[in-house]
Ligand binder design. Structure first.
Ligand code: FE
Ligand code: MN
Length: 348
């Protein structure tokens, strides 16, 4: 039975035949139940509980502050624009990878239920940066072209996309161990490196302004995005580990070493980006502290992937630990984000 064309049969879908991806196409991809991967369904529910819309956040104070020539130093403006420049296209890049590559390969219905939710989250994130850029009257051409004009941003995006090409090849499939390794590498590139490492220097930078009550609307949106991204990454890591558990023969020592190098390479690119964003440091942030922080979160990602930690770095921003990677997605901000559940419950 093919995924898109079904035929008459008495052969019902049972849980034990369900897989993350169905090599032989014998299991219907349209049947959510019986649910095998309960964790995927739970991430879908978590994602929906976190729903928000950018335009519900007031940008009035950000607009006033941004217009005030004395409100920011040139270096602060440079850092803020670099962060928005990276995110404004990175969110589209993630959405495209998700829909064109991941969704195509991962055909289990409960995983796809979450992927559909995540895809909508990415649309909201793309909207958020469009809304911020428009509100602050930033130069759209400058911000949206940074991924082609600024080397350190280009390099991050190039690294993120480097493993998508393989699985978009029409000859590619998950019947071979190499094919499954390609899928894993793409999932790690997307969920662990792009969403789990490349986003974090930007999160720290904007949230540092928020801690001083500056650009509070942008900061509030970044908090919602961080909350969403935390769910995305946790789903991604559970997906990756489930594929590894179902296909242990592909998780060889050679492949594990390749993955470690792949992630360390991502860390180096993030450090280059930090150095370009913050040449002299701002707001108690500097290149060394941010580098240490990125190494610290990379070690956490290695642990989640059951790989040896590589840096042994400490957390230089303990205030961020409150907001990162918590299993329970509620109550980790001290602001009203905590109570944010559905559009109907909003009171700004
Ligand atoms: Fe996103
Ligand atoms: Mn995401």
């Amino acid at each position: 039975m093919d995924c898109s064309t079904t035929s008459m049969t008495n052969d019902r879908v049972t849980i034990d035949r369900k897989r993350i991806f169905n090599n032989d196409r014998t299991v219907d991809c349209n049947q959510l139940v019986p649910i095998k991967y309960r964790w995927a369904w739970n991430y879908y529910l978590d994602g929906c509980a976190n729903h928000w819309m950018p335009t519900e956040v007031s940008m009035q104070r950000d607009i006033e502050q941004w217009r005030d020539p004395k409100a920011f130093t040139e270096e602060e403006r440079h850092a803020i624009k670099r962060v928005f420049g990276f995110f404004s296209t990175a969110e589209s890049l993630v959405g495209n990878n998700l829909v064109l590559a991941v969704y195509r390969c991962v055909d289990n219905p409960e995983c796809r239920q979450y992927l559909l939710r995540q895809a909508f989250d990415e649309a909201i994130h793309i909207h958020a940066f469009q809304y911020i850029v428009q509100s602050l009257s930033l130069d759209e051409g400058e911000i949206f072209n940074m991924y082609r004009e600024i080397r350190t941003i280009y390099d991050k995006d190039e690294h993120a996309m480097s493993c998508t090409g393989n699985i978009l090849d029409t000859q590619w499939d998950t019947k071979t161990d190499v094919g499954i390794q390609n899928l894993l590498k793409n999932l790690i590139g997307l969920y662990v490196i792009t969403e789990g490492i490349f986003f974090y220097a930007g999160f720290v930078t904007i949230l540092s302004f928020g801690r001083q009550n500056r650009i509070p609307g942008s900061c509030e949106q970044i908090q919602y995005i961080l909350r969403d991204e935390s769910v995305h990454m946790n789903f991604g890591i559970d997906l990756i580990n489930t594929i590894i558990d179902e296909h242990p023969q592909v998780w060889t020592d050679v492949f594990k070493n390749q993955i470690v190098e792949f992630i360390k390479n991502g860390v180096n690119l993030e450090v280059n980006y930090i150095n370009e964003c913050l040449p002299n440091g701002i707001l108690g942030l500097n290149q060394d502290l941010l580098k240490e922080y990125i190494q610290y979160i990379a070690d956490r990602r290695f642990s989640r992937l059951r790989l040896p930690v590589q840096y042994g770095a400490g957390n230089p921003f303990p205030w961020m630990s409150e907001v990162i990677d918590l299993k329970k997605e509620k109550n980790f901000f001290e602001t009203r984000v905590t109570e944010y559940q559905t559009g109907g419950a909003l009171e700004w």
